[in-house]
Design a protein around this ligand. Structure first.
Ligand code: IPM
Ligand code: MN
Length: 332
């Protein structure tokens, strides 16, 4: 087996706790890696002002992958750490796919949920286009645009088609709001239809984002692969977590499929400062993210071990460390 170098960013709140359990499980499952910890996040920013310097970013580029817990702390105004650290990594490392799988043995119809959301991860309203005029006055104006490039939309949609084609159901749903966001929606729609011609064996569907929210709650079994823009994907994947075992089990990979830069694996949940340090957080989202990392690195045997262990221990209830220990034990 290759030896991997993994950058570990525990971050804030429950982040370091859940990442520690993920490390425990990776070791138990036999991944041959060396982890290097990076002290980044809101707490670090409050210490010495560093969010993510160009030097640190250059250092991160040398790793095979990045494992991240969660970032953000209530003492720092919203956006500072999110934009300066998390989004900076996604954008600068061109992790253009945010892959978020959802499994659950049950659903409202009784069938299992097995769907995966392909969220565009470098464009949309996240790029920070816009500005403010006359701030704090009665005449204040704020704009916040959504940037959609043919290049960015097409590579995301193409990735989703490839993924759908590799799965038994071969079904891909595009989610957008083409009835209102007619400029971006038209670009997404045309690109989707054009790329679809290259994948005649993949069945396609379209859902407006509002309707997709109803289907996620009432009939998630209809979905296989979903492709959507950055902001719709953000919202829809919290809902995906909520309907499939809870946000404590929702994992993600921020992927650069070209492998020119490291991909980053992190739970969908946030830093949950209210329960930080209490040994209460479910580390499963971080552990599933670690399994996704192994799969992306091509270490399928290790990933299989972790997935099997997660299955055996799925009903196990305990503290953060107890769940980590239980899953690590089941890996051996
Ligand atoms: C997520 C998070 C981030 C996002 C925040 C923390 C910037 O909610 O990974 O879903 O909006 O992408
Ligand atoms: Mn989110």
């Amino acid at each position: 087996m290759n030896q991997y170098s993994i950058a570990i960013i525990g971050g804030d709140g429950i982040g370091p706790d859940v990442v520690k359990e993920a490390g425990k499980v990776l070791k138990a499952a036999g991944l041959n890696y060396e982890g290097q910890e990076f002290d980044l996040g809101g707490a670090r920013y409050l210490k010495d002002g560093e969010i993510l310097s160009d030097e640190t970013l250059e250092e991160l580029r040398k790793f095979d992958a990045i494992l991240l817990g969660a970032v953000g702390t209530p003492e720092v105004p919203p956006g500072v750490i999110e934009r300066g650290l998390l989004l900076k990594m996604r954008f600068d490392l061109d992790q253009y796919i945010n892959l978020r799988p959802f499994f659950s043995p049950t659903s409202p119809s009784g069938q299992a949920i097995d769907m995966v959301c392909v969220r565009e991860n470098t464009e949309g309203p996240y790029v920070g286009e816009g500005g403010v005029l006359r701030r704090g006055t009665k005449g204040e104006v704020a704009t916040q645009g959504s940037v959609n490039t043919r290049h960015g939309v097409e590579r995301c949609i193409r990735y989703a088609f490839e993924l759908a084609q590799s799965r038994p159901k071969k079904h891909l749903t595009m989610v957008h709001k083409t009835n209102v966001l007619t400029f971006a929606g038209d670009l997404w729609n045309r690109t989707f239809n054009e790329v679809a011609l290259e994948y005649p064996d993949v069945k396609t569907a379209y859902s407006h984002i509002d309707a997709a929210c109803i289907y996620f709650v009432e009939d998630p079994v209809r979905f296989d692969v979903i492709v959507t823009d950055n902001l719709f994907g953000d919202i829809l994947t919290d809902l995906g977590g909520a309907v499939s075992g809870g946000i404590g089990r929702a994992a993600s990979g921020n992927l650069n499929p070209t492998r020119q830069t490291p991909s980053m694996f992190e739970p969908v949940h946030g830093s949950a400062p209210d329960i930080a340090g209490k040994n209460l957080a479910d580390p499963r989202a971080a552990i599933i993210s670690a399994a996704m990392m192994c799969e992306f690195l091509g270490e399928n045997e290790v990933a299989q071990k972790i997935r099997k262990a997660l299955e055996i221990t799925t009903a196990f209830v305990g503290s953060t460390t107890q769940i980590g220990d239980e899953i690590a034990q089941a890996c051996k």
